[in-house]
Design a protein around this ligand. Sequence first.
Ligand SMILES: NC(=O)c1ccc[n+]([C@@H]2O[C@H](COP(=O)([O-])OP(=O)(O)OC[C@H]3O[C@@H](n4cnc5c(N)ncnc54)[C@H](OP(=O)(O)O)[C@@H]3O)[C@@H](O)[C@H]2O)c1
Length: 257
Amino acid sequence: MNLRHQTILLTGGTSGLGYEFAAQLLALGNTVLLTGRDPAKLAQVRQQLPGVHTLQSDVSDPAAIAQLYEQVTAQFPQLSILINNAGQMRKLDLLASAQQVPELTRELDVNLAGPMRMVQQFLPHLLRQPAAAILNVTSGLALTPYPLAPVYGASKAGLRAYTKALRVQLQGTPVQVFELVAPAAKTPLSTPFAGDVAEKDLMAPRPLIAQTLRAMQTNQWEVYPGLAKMLRLLSRVAPDLLLRQLSKGVRESLARR
Ligand SMILES: NC(=O)c1ccc[n+]([C@@H]2O[C@H](COP(=O)([O-])OP(=O)(O)OC[C@H]3O[C@@H](n4cnc5c(N)ncnc54)[C@H](OP(=O)(O)O)[C@@H]3O)[C@@H](O)[C@H]2O)c1
């Protein structure tokens, strides 16, 4: 996939991995349009990354996606790459009462239904381009259950299954489908998990995204940077052992919240 001089729409580009995607894609000479919900964060990114285009849009809101589509395709008809990166992750205690767990399915709405709706909305446009791509950002936690964040794990496992199915259905079309199976990374999303994941195991966004873009440029459909590669191996050869490891200290961590 050529990643130079393309027009790219990136969800959740105001911090963490999304910000790094935007910075590196701009440096490659692309036109980058990024979304987020918070206008203050969008304004800050416009200052930090000259040339970037920002749009306020919530991926969990179908009406906002329809509006985004109208705006983007009218202003940037050459749009050819969609990166579904926006995501949220919470520790969730399933023993808590319904009132203590507001919006139980929030991660499903943002991390799973969001990308599905984005693809459904933008796919006809992408299919009209000579060459196009969709990149869905899943997680090493798509490969194994994660008891501390059960809805997050379900959302990413679902997104991985959907992404593989999408790739099969789009065979023979101009749209290539990529998946970034991201390892734990040093971003605001992982901050609440500081006591659960060792600092040394958090990958820095810069090399993580650089590796992802290199892989896309050589048409590797699935990218496993850093420790995601090891998680992939463990999830295949010793899935029960992996789950036992990830189950350690769950009650204590939930109590610490
Ligand atoms: N960091 C990790 O350890 C890790 C590991 C594996 C996978 N991932 C995945 O990598 C992706 C990026 O995560 P990150 O670590 O970079 O997180 P982050 O720093 O918290 O950034 C998340 C981005 O998504 C946006 N966002 C959140 N909810 C949104 C919504 N409903 N609609 C539109 N934008 C929304 C946020 O901006 P607003 O809040 O302003 O909307 C922000 O720009 C996520 O899909 C995450 O699941 C992260």
